[in-house]
Ligand binder design. Structure first.
Ligand code: ADP
Ligand code: ADP
Ligand code: MG
Length: 475
């Protein structure tokens, strides 16, 4: 591929990831174009981009309309589109339209997105490449009868999963035949509602595994490297809450094996751009689970331990340039933890808690990075993901990074909404977490952690008073 220069990028996303891309563009001397729907008019990403255009009143329609977005890119003189995560990032239609209209899509080819976005296709591709996959069905399931037969073969417990699923939705564990009969139609209905596809398949349920994923980067010249792994085992309902790089629970030998497997997976499908290969780990057994063909929410922690700017590399390889690094240039140092601070009330079954941020004071000090698009006075719209801030900390040792995460939460002031910050404080204090001993069942096994009581969870009145004092005092 001939290399070109990207001068202007349209960012087909919102919130913190849109701002992350704006920042990468600014540092790489590229103009950025934000697009937003009206509820997002006051978003920080809109203010910080070089230009911004409205996609209309509807909170979501504009973000989900590939043709409109590609046309806008053409009209505003953009050379490229960055899709971020969620929304259209794994929609092959956007990549295809870009190709058709002469816009560079910052990601892999439409064909690779399509193949890896279909979890059964991905399983087939990986099996062919010699990457071990979670035992399961060869294809999709046509009926509950077929599901029951397959489950007998695979052995309970099993997982029924949406073939085009993502974001932890459309996944249900079934412990026996009765359970499977009950859950099967539920997954189909969830999959149809959330992903517009009724396709489901089955995997063996790996009991209490660790979720370990490997960041890969590839260019259009056939170079593929990995940037080590992330441990995303701290999850609630199959959704990641806290991520760590590298995993404090694995040794160098397994680390090297995972890296090699991820590179093999990416090479097998002709991957280009940043991607993540997700594995389940049971003891020393490694199973491929899925590949995400986009920038991931938790790319931050890999950046902190390797020093590689992953979004910048995405921009470079989209220009047809070679990766800036060969495998032997990439090292990691220390540990990084990301806390996905969500606008949710842990004491009330994690009910979303949207509204106006009456007061926000960012944490800082050594080893602290905050990726967010919120600010004091900003009103979090109720239409989108509840994640409102990514608090990322880095330190040389595991003990230090855990202590630093706790200190950073204490540093932060975020008033006006409920968040998961103090809940994470309880996880960070737990001895199993501190002793590097946790898997995907940790959160469910410790419901008591969400019932903490502390002075840092004041009443609404106290919150209002402290916000008023803060506003008056100007801090
Ligand atoms: P990551 O895989 O980067 O850790 P998540 O799984 O938390 O991130 O997903 C990030 C965002 O993208 C969430 O808002 C999630 O709902 C959305 N998302 C992920 N996959 C899909 C999908 N297949 N369809 C629709 N939305 C998705
Ligand atoms: P998504 O596309 O929504 O991210 P994944 O296939 O990556 O879905 O699975 C999300 C999470 O669900 C995993 O991190 C893991 O905790 C759980 N999970 C998925 N498949 C299995 C399985 N076969 N056995 C045990 N847990 C699983
Ligand atoms: Mg996943």
């Amino acid at each position: 591929m001939k290399s070109t220069t990207i001068r202007k990028v349209l960012i087909a996303n919102r919130g913190e990831i849109a701002l992350r891309i704006v920042r990468a563009c600014a540092e790489y001397n590229i103009r950025s174009v934000a697009v937003y729907t009206e509820p997002d008019r006051y978003g920080l990403f809109v203010k910080r981009a070089s230009e911004a255009y409205s996609l209309g009143e509807d909170p979501l329609a504009g973000y989900l309309d590939p043709l409109r977005i590609v046309n806008l890119a053409v009209e505003t003189g953009c050379d490229a589109i960055h899709p971020g995560y969620g929304f259209l990032s794994e929609n092959p239609e956007l990549a295809r339209l870009c190709e058709l209209k002469g816009i560079i899509f910052i990601g892999p080819s439409a064909e690779v997105i399509q193949r890896m976005g279909d979890k059964t296709q991905a399983r087939i591709a990986m099996t062919e490449a010699g990457v071990p996959v979670t035992p399961g069905t060869d294809g999709n399931l046509d009926s509950v009868e077929q599901a029951l037969t397959e489950a007998e073969r695979i052995g309970y417990p099993v997982m029924v999963k949406a073939t085009s699923g993502g974001g932890g939705r459309g996944i249900r564990r079934c412990d026996d035949a009765d359970d499977l009969r009950k859950q099967f139609p539920r997954v189909i209905s969830e999959a149809t509602k959330a992903f517009g596809s009724a396709e489901v398949f089955m995997e063996k349920c790996i009991v209490n595994p660790k979720h370990i994923e490997v960041q890969v980067l590839a260019d259009s010249h056939g170079n593929v490297v990995h940037l080590f792994e992330r441990d995303c085992s701290i999850q609630r309902r199959n959704q990641k809450l806290i991520e760590i790089a590298p995993s404090p629970q694995i040794g160098e030998e397994l680390r090297a094996r995972l890296g090699e497997l991820a590179v093999k997976a990416a090479e097998a499908v002709g991957y280009c751009s940043a991607g993540t290969v997700e594995f389940l780990l049971a003891g020393d057994e490694v199973y491929f689970m899925e590949m995400n063909t986009r920038i991931q929410v938790e790319h931050t922690i890999t950046e902190q331990i390797t020093g590689v700017d992953i979004v910048r590399e995405q921009l470079r390889v989209a220009e047809g340039k070679e990766l800036s690094y060969r495998q032997q240039d990439i090292n990691y140092r220390g540990y990084a933890i990301q806390l996905r601070i969500n606008a949710e009330d842990p004491k009330n079954d994690f009910l979303p808690s949207f509204g106006r941020i009456t007061h926000y004071y960012a944490p800082g000090g050594p080893g602290v990075r905050v990726d967010t698009a919120i600010y004091t006075g900003y009103e979090i719209p109720p239409y989108y993901d509840s994640m409102c801030l990514k608090l990322v900390v880095w330190a040389l040792t595991w003990e230090e990074v855990v202590a630093r995460a706790q200190r950073a939460i204490d540093d932060m002031r975020l008033h006006g909404i409920r968040t998961t910050a103090n809940y994470y404080q309880q996880i960070l204090k737990h001895e199993d977490f501190q002793n590097r001993h946790f898997d995907t069942s940790f959160v469910a096994r410790h419901p008591e952690l969400s019932r903490y009581s502390d002075k840092r969870h004041p009443s609404d009145v106290a919150l209002a008073v402290s916000a008023a004092i803060a506003a008056y005092a100007g801090w």
